[in-house]
Design a protein around this ligand. Structure first.
Ligand code: HEM
Length: 138
């Protein structure tokens, strides 16, 4: 990612955090309509789940300027997702739901450049999780 892309992701994320609960609700609605089978993987309270997801995205977004510091936590997260029953292909479904949610939340501020920056950030995060998942022994 370029420094400009990191800046775009961080500045647009700040616009999403005030509406984090709504964004999480929109996100899961879109995710489950894209692939209803994924619903069964989530066992807990979806509001709490949404908060965890938004908090982790926030950590990752802030960590983009110092990736080395967050990589171990993201790898652990990827390994835990194997136990949740998440498959590699599910990361693409989540990517679609995330981009759609950002588009809803940011409106015209979700320019093609901003979209590209988010896709780069998510791809990096997802790759780190999937690579760690591939070596998980669980
Ligand atoms: C960048 C990608 C992702 C991030 C940042 C993320 C974040 C999180 C976080 C923070 C948790 C809370 C539990 C923990 O820390 O272990 C969690 C749980 C979970 N995530 Fe993800 N996740 C990502 C991708 C995915 C994908 C692709 C799926 C596939 C549908 C998924 C499904 C789940 C499930 C099923 C749980 C457990 C729910 C439960 O315990 O009931 N996640 N995720």
């Amino acid at each position: 990612m370029t420094p400009k892309q990191i800046e775009l992701v961080q500045s647009t994320w700040k616009m999403v955090t005030p509406i984090a609960d709504t964004a999480a609700e929109l996100f899961y609605g879109k995710l489950f309509s894209a692939d209803p089978a994924l619903k069964a993987l989530f066992k807990g309270d979806m509001k709490a789940q949404g908060r965890k997801l938004m908090a982790m995205i926030g950590t990752a977004v802030n960590g983009l300027t110092n990736l080395g510091a967050i990589v171990p936590a993201v790898q652990d997260l990827g390994r835990r997702h194997v136990k949740y029953g998440v498959k590699d292909k599910d990361y693409d479904t989540v990517a679609g739901a995330l981009v759609w949610t950002l588009e809803q939340g940011l409106g015209e501020k979700f320019t093609p450049e901003v979209k590209e920056a988010w896709v780069a950030a998510y791809t990096l995060l997802a790759k780190t999780m999937k690579d760690a998942a591939a070596t998980a022994t669980a």
